[in-house]
Ligand binder design. Sequence first.
Ligand code: SF4
Length: 322
Amino acid sequence: METDPYQLIEGMTIAGLAVGANQGYIYLRSEYPVAHKILNKAIERATEAGFLGKNICNSNSDFFLEVRLGAGAYICGEETSLLESLEGKRGMVRAKPPLPAIEGLFGKPTVVNNVLTLGAAASILEQGSETYKDFGMGRSRGTLAVQLAGNVKRGGVIELAFGVTLREVVEDFGGGTYSGRPIRAIQMGGPLGAFLPASQWDTPLDYEAFAAIKAMIGHGGIVVFDDTVDMAAQARFAMEFCAVESCGKCTPCRIGATRGVEVIDRIVNNQDRDNNLILLTDLCDTMELGSLCAMGGMTPFPVRSALTYFAEDFSGESPREN
Ligand code: SF4
C-alpha cells in the first residue's frame, strides 16, 4: 500500500468489475498514516486519469474507491467485525450465516478480501494463472509476504513462494537471532499462531503441512525467540491478548481468556498444579470448540503448543537464566 498502491487499486477495480460492484472500500488501521496518505493520493490520481470513478477507461463501468480508517481493534481483521466497523459501529463479530457475500456491508452482498489477494489479481490476469501456479507447492500456490520479526538479525517483509521451510526463512533470510543466541521457538501466523520448537522448523510453508502439525501460516507473520524466552509467560500473553482484544460477543472467548490468564498464573505459582493443568486443557477445548470466531477459537494454539513443546517452562521453577 505504501510502495505500490496502484497494484491494490487495480486489483480492487478488477474485483469490482468481476462481481458487478461499483463501490469499494479499503479498511485501514489508523496506525498507518503514511499508507493512508499515499493511498488517498493514488486514488485521486487514478480517478483523474480515468482509472477510477464513472465510466472507467470508457468501459461504461463505474468503480469508486474510498479509504476508511479503523480505530486499532485487532478483531476488525475478522470480516464481519470489519463490516460493522465500516458501518460506523463498534467492531463486533456477526454470527454467520448469512455470509457477507449474501448480506454484507449495509445489508448488501459484499466481497471481503485481504490486500495480498487483491494485490495478486492484476498480475494473474496479465501473466496467466499458470505463471502464478508455478510458484508454491501442493494447494498453496503463489507467493506469501512473510513478515519476519522478533529476536532476528534481519527483520522485515520478504515475498517468497510457498514451499520454503521455516528454518530457511529464519536462518537464511533472517540470519538467526539478533542476540546471537540459539533460537528456541518460532511463532508462526501472528499472535494466535503456535510456538514451534526446532523439530518443526523443517516444515515447508504450506497451508496443509502446517495444519498437520497443528499450526497455521495465517497472514505470514513470524516471530523469533532465543533461548532466554519464558514460554509460560508467552502462553500467558496469548490469553491476555485474547482477553484484551476479545469483542465480547461470546462467552468462551470473553470469559475464557481471562480465566486462562488466572489458571496459567496458578500453574507457574505451583498452586494445585496438576488440577490446574487439566483445567487449562479443558479451557482450551472449550475456547477452541465453542468460540464464535477464530480469535477465541485459535488462542489455544499458542497455549497448547507452549505446553506441549516447552512443558518445562510451566514447572514453577525460577525463570530461565538470561
Ligand atoms: S471468539 Fe472472541 S472475538 Fe470472536 S466473537 Fe467470540 S468474543 Fe468476539
